[in-house]
Design a protein around this ligand. Structure first.
Ligand SMILES: [Zn+2]
Ligand SMILES: [Zn+2]
Length: 75
């Protein structure tokens, strides 16, 4: 599934922090995760693929990897 986490403080987005809402906590935790492809934070307002929560990644990174059938051949 592809999802986008709205920025904190926007409509549909989590609180800025310090709240006890499960939904806000989950959103902040996901945004603070590292992309399993590029290693950057998943962040806000960016399409994310989280089919496997342990391997969440930017949708753009997943597409890039899928477009490279054999990454090891690039070396
Ligand atoms: Zn909240
Ligand atoms: Zn990425």
């Amino acid at each position: 599934m592809t999802l986008t986490i709205p920025c904190p403080g926007t409509i549909g987005g989590p609180c800025h922090g310090g709240c006890e809402h499960d939904r806000c906590h989950d959103a902040r935790a996901l945004a603070a995760k590292r992309c399993c492809v590029c290693g950057q934070f998943l962040g806000w307002e960016v399409p994310i693929v989280d089919d496997d929560p342990a391997r969440a990644a930017h949708a753009a990174c997943v597409r890039r990897v899928q477009a490279e059938p054999k990454p090891e051949a690039a070396a």
